[in-house]
Unconditional design. Structure first.
Length: 207
């Protein structure tokens, strides 16, 4: 018995070393496997985290999104940009042309109505037909009774644009009148009175 005990005592260091080597091999194998599975490892205190996607994950871990959602852009709060806020595009404003003359119906159909003639127009037609620019429900009028032509006028000062206005009868049955006189073609001036059928129109130059 004493010889057996002495032999074990003599072999104890070798057994301890062998056991230590086995323990190191096991630990290295576990660490290598945990790293391969993407787990978190802490050597002090010793800890190997749960597998990603398992119930042991932290609640803050982001779950994978469906493919349809993955293709979408991330919300603005997650996007990396210049740091300046993005504003929606501002719609363009359509600015109307400048009015250059006014036609006020003083008597007859549509009395009290005011029409504005803008600088982008070169012809304004008057008559009974719906195709006219100014249509009046008056049976005395021809379908296209008369028209007003507009043309730019020379302006030496260049301060503002000037225009010339001309009233032309369109071979109407009952004639076109300017300031009480029947005309075929005549220049229009400020405060002139146009009459076609039972409709009287006051013409005023603006600006």
């Amino acid at each position: 018995m004493p010889s057996v005990l002495s032999q074990m005592w003599h072999d104890a260091p070798a057994l301890v070393i062998a056991g230590g080597l086995v323990l190191v091999v096991v630990v290295l194998w576990l660490v290598n496997r945990a790293l391969g599975e993407g787990r978190e490892i802490s050597f002090w205190p010793p800890r190997i985290g749960a597998r990603p996607g398992s119930r042991g994950d932290s609640p803050s871990a982001a779950a994978p999104r469906p493919a349809a959602e993955a293709d979408k852009d991330p919300p603005a709060s997650e996007q990396v940009g210049s740091g300046f806020p993005e504003y929606p595009p501002v719609p363009s404003l359509a600015v109307p042309s400048t009015p250059i003359a006014a036609l006020r119906v003083e008597a007859g159909a549509r009395a009290g109505t005011v029409y504005l003639l803008t600088e982008d127009r070169r012809t304004l037609t008057l008559g009974r037909g719906n195709e006219c620019d100014l249509a009046f429900p008056d049976t005395v009028l021809s379908r296209t009774h008369s028209r007003i032509n507009v043309s730019p006028a020379p302006n030496p000062t260049g301060l503002h644009r000037s225009f010339l206005f001309e009233l032309i009868d369109s071979a109407s049955a009952n004639g076109t009148f300017l300031n009480g006189r029947r005309i075929d073609r005549a220049s229009l001036g400020n405060n002139d009175l146009i009459q076609i059928g039972g409709v009287r129109i006051r013409f005023n130059v603006l600006g």
